[in-house]
Design a protein around this ligand. Sequence first.
Ligand SMILES: C[S@@+](CC[C@H](N)C(=O)[O-])C[C@H]1O[C@@H](n2cnc3c(N)ncnc32)[C@H](O)[C@@H]1O
Length: 468
Amino acid sequence: MAQHPKRPPSKSRKPARANLPAKPKPRAAGLPARQVAFGLLERILGHKRSLDEALADEARAVAELEARDRGFALLLTRTVLRRMGQLDALIDRYLDKDPGGARGRALRTLLRIGLAQLVFLGTPPHAAVDGSVRLAAFRKLGAFRGLINAVLRRAAGEAGTLAQDQDAARLNCPAWLWRSWENAHGAPAARAIAESLLSEPPLDLTLKPELDATEWAERMDATWIAPSTLRLSHAGDVRALPGYDDGAWWVQDLAASMPVHLLGPVKGRRVLDLCAAPGGKTARLAALGAEVTAMDRSAARLTRLEENMTRLGLSATVVTADATTWTPPDGILFDAILIDAPCSGTGTIRRHPDLGRLKSSEDVTRLSALQDRLIDAGLTLLAPGGRLVFATCSLEPEEGEDRIRALLERNPDVKVVPPGPTGPPDNDCPSVFREGVTADGWVRLMPHYQAEAGGMDGFFAAAIERIT
Ligand SMILES: C[S@@+](CC[C@H](N)C(=O)[O-])C[C@H]1O[C@@H](n2cnc3c(N)ncnc32)[C@H](O)[C@@H]1O
């Protein structure tokens, strides 16, 4: 069935070249791109905005960039976020005294940008050093130009080699996450997860079920890795890919396609997608022939869901509501309910490196309380004999295993339904996810699973039914 997958390009760590240009060029190419990267990083690291929010905040500056510069600005931003521990360890080596405060933070951001180019992106040293010195003038860091020049020139000669001796997985992984993963999944898994965060993930597309996966894989130069998933090693602009305008597929990580499988056959059934936007799972349910009600409390995110469904030629009843208090106006209960709950998203850090710098253990505690409320609300909407699937894209047991254990304690009349042994179409767990099926009957997917094929996001899902 599945072909041998193509590996995503691994990021090389090229040692930096020592030679620097004698004189800076009159105008360093790509300065606007570096300015945008700086602006995005300041918003993310200084103001706790997500990368998507930061992109919206900086929309004008981003739009003014040529496509190539925009790509470079994003790559630079994502590389700094992904490799921040390594970059900071190098900066600490070179910086005798951190000026502290907002200026100190800005200086560090600028040095991270310069070093990321030298160490990880293979930017010619003269461009990286020159671009950073010029950037300093634009960002009210003119007083540090000499320091920036000295640090980066020194780094250009040796930082690439120094970086190769660093423990990249450990240094770049936020300490609380390393601890949490070690406690929950063991030391080897914690390291494997942290290693998976170092490279850009491939792009996964969920293909409409009626389309021929072999034919589409060939057409898109993709690999068919699961019943409904095609994998591309290189992303680019997805709107330019074949089938986008015709609504043949939608973007969804392999792991994110798993929870819908656990609902079992849904054709012709009344299914409630309780936390639906932006709609990846709603689309799959509708494409499989379910009668879907897609609910979310965010009207803005539901607008995106509606746009996606329109492009795909699929339909669902859309409801804007808080799922913890909603009751169906017709009083009719649902045959199947999916709760793809809000969570810390730590399973998606390889795709969203900003999350690693924004989330904390407090977020996990806060969100796990909401997850309990959503599960309890979902159970009141489930018809007799119906099935509820609870899922999160988190690697934290507090947002997965612990929620189901707590549910089983609160409700002696519910049980976990393990995925069947046979896989689709008879049952609900394709072989690509089998590695994640646990003795407790739920599915725990890790970013390093199927690593040779490019990995997958971290995900948790459990199917629940009432004991009859
Ligand atoms: C993980 S995302 C869902 C992703 C979606 N299922 C998909 O596949 O595209 C969680 C969603 O839960 C929504 N949400 C959070 N709290 C909610 C609540 N109390 N009621 C309804 N939706 C809620 C958020 O707005 C967010 O869109």
